[in-house]
Ligand binder design. Structure first.
Ligand SMILES: Nc1ncnc2c1ncn2[C@@H]1O[C@H](COP(=O)(O)OP(=O)(O)OP(=O)(O)O)[C@@H](O)[C@H]1O
Length: 512
């Protein structure tokens, strides 16, 4: 029997502070996909003005819970209430009508229509008269909302013209346009640049002050402690613990999530060879200018910049995916004029891009097809793909990255977000590259796997002499991994740091 939610307070709240009433209650939630039990008997309570971080490893069931709460997935069992009223949405619009809105982990936009239409998607009848859209009214409403939220975008612009970060903020505006009582945010900052992430955290504070309840999923622990009041940890679809955020620190939270202590992880002592793999001299192109850098065999060099700094563009240019207007690239001392991705791959360069959904994976294909994709020539037998070899490679990748799936025949779209990212990493690591370009490789990956990826990068660079050029917005990651850090600001190198000079203060000063 579901508790009386108008008066219910958390069962495990021992802080002694008076609590707001429960806004959303879910009890005994269950959901299976075939033999996979994504959510097992889960209880969850969200209070007015609370920001609840839902934490757990990749595949723990967080997105599935969100989809249940947002009416996109119907649970096999369990009961929910919102504001004390029975809540059983079977469509997203029913959830919105009950005051529950969600921003998804993946992009959920229509690129070829305007920002304003994207903001009021599914509600255009509110701006129509006699079957015709009242554009003036629509743009006025969009302008007012964007202004109120502090989002800088032209409501008339075509959505695809916006940066991914602004597109995500438009999705947030869409969710907030319905004045939700409960807001669900799934890994939203993975797509946001620094300024938009700041705006989001400010908005979260304001919404909480207005009594909105927020459930927040992110693998960035710092953000959780910045904006969340309560932390709920789950593992393999089941509840593990609920704590006030003030009672935990990052190390304790990591330990609760992955079941082991990661606080004493140390980078092994390293010896880097003196032979150059990559030299870049005075490289300029759209988004970056006059960039010089070098990466030796077995070295990890990091481009550290705030999102939008130009680091992404530099990696893309080195992978032949972006035009270069001047400058020189040398690979092992020889000029490399790669103007296409195919040439870059043939030269032994691999790249893990930032936007896996757009650039990296074919969602509707099995894991093994996706892992095999980058190594297609190696897996070929004449004009055909050697299925046995492809499957063997996929199994190796699945083991290496602990990809959570039943088999390599599972479609990528059935995987959790973090496991998709692991497929992308496996795909490129297995091509045996000489130079690896990694753009925020641990985005969306849980803290346990993050450290496994670090170990793998350090191992491959030490044992196989793999040269790695990393771009990362995660300061702790930059400090843990880099032999050399080049800070990037406004498309230019603004500093070079090595050894003890790689400190958070030094890097941030050079990045800002
Ligand atoms: N449509 C689906 N079909 C089959 N299995 C699915 C489907 N959606 C999710 N799963 C499985 O359910 C489990 C939970 O996935 P979910 O996406 O909820 O995890 P998550 O905690 O959000 O992970 P992440 O941190 O990686 O985003 C995973 O094992 C996943 O493969």
């Amino acid at each position: 029997m579901l508790a009386d939610t108008a008066t219910l307070t958390r069962a495990d709240d021992r802080s002694g502070k008076p609590r707001q009433p429960v806004l959303l209650a879910a009890e005994g939630l269950q959901k299976s996909y075939g033999p996979v039990q994504a959510v097992k008997e889960l209880n969850l309570y969200l209070h007015a003005g609370e920001a609840l971080a839902l934490c757990g490893e990749n595949g723990a069931g967080k997105s599935t819970i969100f989809k249940i709460l947002a009416g996109e997935v119907i649970p096999d069992a369990g009961r929910m209430t919102v504001g004390g009223t029975e809540y059983r949405p079977v469509t997203a619009s029913q959830a919105v009508a009950s005051g529950v809105s969600m921003v998804h982990q993946e992009f959920n936009i229509l690129p070829n229509i305007s920002v304003a239409e994207n903001m009021f998607l599914g509600r255009m009848e509110e701006f129509s008269r006699f079957g015709k859209v009242d554009w003036h009214k629509l743009y006025a409403a969009a302008t007012a909302l964007l202004k109120r939220l502090g989002i800088n975008a032209d409501p008339r612009a075509e959505m695809r013209r916006l940066s991914p970060s602004t597109q995500k903020m438009i999705e947030l505006a869409r969710a907030l346009s319905t004045n939700p009582k409960v807001l669900l945010l799934d890994e939203i900052t993975a797509s946001l640049d620094h300024d938009d992430a700041e705006t989001l955290h400010r908005l979260m504070d304001e919404l909480r002050a207005q009594g909105v309840g927020i459930i927040y999923v992110s693998h960035r622990l710092q953000e959780i402690f910045r904006s969340c009041t309560t932390i709920e940890i789950m593992k393999d679809g089941a509840w593990v613990a609920t704590r006030p955020a003030s009672e935990l620190d990052e190390d304790q939270l990591s330990a609760l999530m992955v079941g082991r202590d990661l606080a004493d992880w140390k980078r092994p002592a390293r010896h880097v060879s003196s032979s150059q793999m990559l030299e870049v001299k005075g490289l300029s192109g759209p988004g970056f200018s006059d960039v010089s850098l070098s990466v030796r065999k077995g070295q990890i060099v990091t481009l550290a910049g705030l999102a939008g700094s130009g680091a992404d563009e530099i990696l893309e240019a080195l992978f032949g995916a972006r035009a270069v207007t001047s400058g020189e690239i040398l690979l092992e001392g020889k000029a490399f004029s790669g103007t296409s991705i195919a040439e870059a791959i043939a030269a032994g360069i691999a790249m893990v891009p930032k936007e896996r959904a757009v650039e990296g994976l074919i969602d509707t294909q099995p894991i093994r097809f996706n892992i095999g994709l980058a190594g297609l020539p190696k897996n070929a037998r004449g004009p055909l793909v050697d299925g046995g070899r492809e499957a063997a490679q996929a199994n190796l990748g699945m083991d290496m990255f602990r990809i959570k799936a039943r088999s390599s025949a599972d479609l990528v779209r059935s995987l959790s977000g973090g496991n998709k990212q692991k497929v992308l990493l496996a795909k490129w690591f297995l091509t045996d590259p000489r130079l690896m370009l990694l753009n925020n490789p641990t985005r969306g990956v849980d803290i346990g796997v993050k450290f496994e990826i670090y170990d793998l990068m350090l191992k491959l660079s030490a044992e196989k002499n793999l040269a790695i050029l990393l771009a990362s917005e995660d300061m702790a990651e930059v400090i843990r991994l880099s032999d050399t850090v080049i800070t990037i600001r406004h498309g230019r190198a603004s500093g070079v740091f090595e050894g003890d000079a790689i400190t958070e203060t030094n890097l941030i000063n050079a990045m800002l």
